[in-house]
Design a binder for this molecule. Sequence first.
Ligand code: OAD
Length: 274
Amino acid sequence: AAADRITLDKMVESLREGVYEKILVVAGAGISCSAGIPDFRTPGSGLYDNLHEYDLPYPEAIFDIDFYRKNPMPFVTLSKEIWPGVKYRPTITHCFLSLLGKRGILQRIYTQNIDGLEAIAGVNPELLVECHGNFRSSGCIDCGSSYNADDCKSSMVMQGEAPICTSCGGLVKPTIVFFGEVMPNRFSQLVHVDVASCDLVIVLGTSLLVDPVASIPNWVKSDVHRCLINRDVVGSFILNKPTDVFLEGDCDEIVRKLCQLVGWEDELDQIYSH
Ligand code: OAD
């Protein structure tokens, strides 16, 4: 019935009254665009539209493990651009996620991003699953031996070459998850319990095109409210189920508006100005 439909107003009221206690967040590249990091698939600005110089068979090859084994140079060259440094700072949206954590109502953030900005925004590592890995460690793509991350960085970024594993002679790369690689253990360990027990899902800044993360919003119980904050409607949100709210537009603007409505704006700004 229409009366049972979740709306922005009802969600705001529930947030204000503390009805949601276990919020599961699924995030993607869109939450970091305002930090200056392009996403992957937005036509024109997205990374996959800007890889002509690499002469790839298809854009995603730059993050494909079989391609890397044959030709690591495109990724090595790109790594200079995408290796997280000190130059990017968390966005309002990252600070909103940190706010949920501080209020004790965040169950987990499943992020597909490899920029590390959730942690920099102050999200407790316990509450974070970096589904596509990170640059803080590196390892051999064949035998899995770990390799010093600073050495990997200087080899790729300064010398412009992929490091070679000292144990087996295989190629080394940062432990970001390429297409064709398995997800981190932490993902498989936590996701089943989290989807079974969360009471609200918030999806932000992702095209929901890459599995398994794209399926997380579909694994929750059918009566769980789901909120999509994105420039376009994606995944199963296209079905516009009674449990779904779609807040269309820029995630920083929407998140700020949401905090205004709930009464959390000062807290948000405090975290942001930190
Ligand atoms: P995509 O680039 O596929 O999708 C980004 C989504 O965010 C799109 O729907 C945009 O419209 C939206 N968006 C962009 N800027 C926004 C903004 N300021 N406010 C709101 N929405 C905005 O990025 P992901 O879904 O994160 O994986 O991509 C998933 C995975 O594909 C990545 O983790 C990466 C990539 O290949 C690997 O490399 C393994």
